[in-house]
Design a protein around this ligand. Structure first.
Ligand code: ATP
Length: 333
């Protein structure tokens, strides 16, 4: 049988061409830069020992205004994964499934996190790490292939041969790096959120201010998402509850507070919390990059003219588009 003729190449509009040019230049940039380049000139890295009580780790995160930390197994002198809000959500689920084990839970150390994960039947997040001098493009691809939203940069010490965690790279840091260094390229991305179908618009998981924190956590776990928009009875967006919002909720082992409302929980946010960012379906990708350049954006809630919820754009939605849209080798990755 003769091969089917190649489909006629579709003619590209000037808008399409510019968009393509912008995406290609950003991808080239990511191939030329390494994860080291993303790191600021000076930064702090708080590493927690796996012998630390889970209860105490919460206070350390809150006191230092951080929401995750690499873990160090000092017995084996090895890097032991990353502590994130997902781990605390697992602890909460453990508390709900085994309410009689409250005393045991109080004594759990960070080394027990994997056992807690197994006990509640959670699917472990694939642990990946990258060498800091590998191309950023590679780190990002690995990030998008797994559910890992933060990847440790692990190097090996020349003298001791031991692993050293240099820092942790997140989707947020990478997007910010792209935005800050590529204004001349992001300006070419003139297609709108609607044109690009950027984000999720159907079957949205939402909650109300009066919903309990536990119900929202259940929703996040069952839907495998890290943010739930909070709407009123008219579907107008009031706020958004994020996975990291559980951290102040269980400070000091106050698991009973989880029966409180989302409204109460949101009041526990740190004062410097940037709040939520919204956009409309008519906004262009270049204006979203502008917002990312100027602010601490972790997702955008898409609303209509009356502030009613239309969709959610997560950082992974943006990065997937920037990195993988129309890439021929996506299927092979
Ligand atoms: P993170 O926000 O933790 O850095 P992420 O960028 O993958 O990770 P998630 O919020 O977990 O963000 O989003 C995963 C996918 O689920 C995305 O495609 C996003 O559009 C979609 N999504 C996010 N929130 C909701 C929601 N409330 N309802 C339905 N889908 C959602």
């Amino acid at each position: 049988m003769a091969d089917a003729p190649d489909p006629k190449p579709q003619s590209q509009s000037p808008l399409d061409k510019e968009q393509r040019q912008g995406l290609n230049s950003i991808r080239d940039f990511l191939r030329k830069r390494t994860s080291y380049d993303v790191l600021p000139l000076s930064f702090r890295l708080i590493v927690l020992d796996t012998d630390l009580l889970i209860k105490k780790s919460l206070n350390i995160l809150i006191q230092n205004s951080i929401v995750s930390a690499p873990l160090w197994d000092s017995h084996a002198s090895r890097f032991a994964g990353i502590l994130t809000a997902t781990d605390y959500i697992n602890v909460i689920q453990y508390h709900c499934q085994f309410p009689d084990e409250m005393n045991k839970l109080d004594q759990f150390r960070l080394s027990s996190l994997r056992d807690i994960e197994k006990a509640i039947g959670a699917t472990p997040i694939e642990s990946v790490s990258v060498h800091p001098s590998k191309p950023l493009y590679e780190a990002l691809r690995r990030m998008l292939k797994t559910r890992a939203r933060r990847i440790p940069l692990v190097d090996v010490d020349d003298e001791t041969g031991r692993e050293t965690v240099i820092s942790v790279i997140t989707q947020y840091r990478i997007l910010k790096f792209i935005a800050v260094n590529n204004e001349h390229n992001t300006i070419l991305l003139k297609k709108t959120v609607r044109d690009l179908h950027l984000g999720t618009y159907t079957d949205l998981a939402v909650a109300r201010m009066a919903s309990t924190v536990l119900d929202v956590i259940d929703l996040m776990v069952n839907r495998n998402i890290s943010c739930v928009p909070i709407v009123d009875s008219e579907n107008r967006v009031l706020n958004a509850f994020e996975a990291v919002d559980v951290i102040p909720c269980i400070k000091g082992g106050a698991y009973d507070d989880l029966n409180g409302t989302v409204g109460e929980a949101l009041c526990k946010r740190p004062e410097d919390n940037p709040g939520i960012f919204t956009c409309s379906e008519d906004d262009r990708l270049d204006s979203i990059f502008d917002t990312i350049r100027k602010s601490r954006v972790h997702r955008l809630i898409v609303v209509d003219d009356e502030n009613k919820l239309k969709g959610v754009i997560s950082l992974s939605d943006i990065l997937k588009y920037v990195l993988l849209h129309d890439e021929e080798d996506v299927a092979k990755s």
